[in-house]
Design a protein around this ligand. Structure first.
Ligand code: GLA
Length: 394
């Protein structure tokens, strides 16, 4: 399960392919996926999240094309090449990988900066559709590569926002800022407590002693994930509009308390109530989780993961049968402190805090049970908390 060997092979392959194709020495960039310990769907509600960048990454080789306008992209893992012109940038159909790159180029141009033609080759090991933000890795890697190639000096925080805007405007998902922030700003062995209202953040060193983090990839990714995502966002906005009428200072669910929500409960549909309750309490769970970490109270941290899982299942309704099974199995297993689904929802991974010495047995039991129940393969994923997007040399 170690990613060490792969981490070394991929950038070499990306670099040598680039040199073969374009006969130039490229700039190399590594851009990671992310995990999120807790705080799901709170980001677009101006709330709190606790993500970290991981070792699974996309690696880029890039250089100027020598033309002012003409660019080419080579997605090695898909064996697809795409040529385009900077003067004719436009979104591709939804779910096209090109959108994450074109969208970033478009945001840079929109900001008044000048790009010239470039060629880029990339490949990685961030699993797709696993809730580990391969799209943010693609966006942030593109941003850093173009920033370096053209000496643009874009501040990191501006790049984070550009990457998020690329997802809104080109990929059509009205995501929050967590993924791009974590991918860009991550630090080795540290988790980030991010306040999505003003983008202030703190790094916390993350030490689990005899426990470790383990992701279990359900290998399920539902196509409704992005449409349901936008629906959840809309439902939260509906809730805020109702709350605002009675409690003027409330600008987002981050400002609201469950008591206030209860006072306007009869003015909203039941589903809106449940969505808002989930977000308000999930924000509280982020702070409680930090307290648990600071006090080294892992049992409490685990309990918060379990509660978050139940809330995602019944209140925010973003899980699916496979995920519920994986989380239930883990949460009743003696080797597990706590487990919950991670990311946008409707599939992807569960995040588990597991006793390191019991990990192997746990995984083999779960793989077997999952296969028996759903005839699907479960993929365990090791977590190594790593630096954010960076220029590398090999
Ligand atoms: C996706 C989005 C993020 C965040 C998570 C859920 O990963 O891109 O902005 O909303 O879902 O926490």
């Amino acid at each position: 399960m170690s990613t060490e060997r792969i981490d070394h092979l991929i950038p070499k392959h990306v670099k040598s392919t680039f040199i073969q194709q374009y006969a130039r020495e490229p700039l190399l960039v590594r851009s990671p996926g992310r995990i999120n310990l807790i705080g799901e769907h709170t980001d677009y509600n101006n709330g709190f999240v606790l993500p970290a960048a991981v070792s699974q990454s996309i690696y880029f080789a890039a250089a100027e094309s020598g033309d002012d306008d003409v660019c080419s992209l080579l997605a090695l893992d898909l064996d697809e090449r795409f040529d385009f012109k900077l003067t004719a940038l436009k979104p591709m159909p939804p779910d096209s990988w090109q959108n994450y790159i074109l969208g970033v180029a478009a945001e840079i141009i929109k900001s008044g900066r000048t790009l010239r033609g470039f060629n880029m080759v990339f490949s990685g090991n961030v699993p797709l559709g696993a809730g580990m933000s391969s799209s943010a890795a693609l966006e942030c890697g593109t941003g850093v590569a173009l920033n370096e190639l053209f000496g643009l000096h874009i501040p990191k925080m501006e790049m984070v926002k550009m990457a998020q805007q690329a997802e809104h405007n080109y990929a059509g998902v009205k995501c929050g800022v967590m993924d791009q922030f974590a991918s860009m700003m991550g630090k080795k062995d540290q988790v980030l407590l991010l306040d999505c209202q003003d983008l202030t953040y703190r790094h916390f060193s993350f030490e689990l002693g005899e426990y470790s983090l383990l992701l279990c990839n359900s290998n399920v990714s539902h196509s409704l994930a992005s449409s349901e995502y936008n629906v959840r966002r809309q439902q939260c906005e509906t809730g805020v509009a109702i709350l605002k009428k009675k409690f003027q200072p409330i600008r987002s669910l981050r400002d609201a308390a469950v008591g206030q929500l209860n006072e306007v409960r009869d003015q909203m549909e039941e589903v809106i109530y449940r969505r808002c309750k989930y977000i308000i309490e999930e924000n509280e769970r982020v702070h409680l989780f930090i307290d648990a970490l600071v006090n080294q109270d892992l049992a409490w941290a685990g309990q918060l993961l379990k509660t978050a899982q139940e809330a995602m299942r019944y209140e925010y309704e973003i899980t699916c049968p496979e995920i519920d099974f994986l989380a239930d199995f883990a949460n009743s297993h003696p080797a597990i402190i706590g487990a919950r689904m991670m990311g946008g929802g409707f599939g992807g991974c569960t995040l588990n805090i597991v006793k390191t010495t019991a990990k192997e047995n746990f995984v083999s039991e779960l793989v077997q049970e999952y296969k028996r129940k759903f005839s699907k393969q479960l993929t365990p994923i090791e977590v190594v908390i790593s630096n954010g997007t960076e220029v590398i040399e090999i």
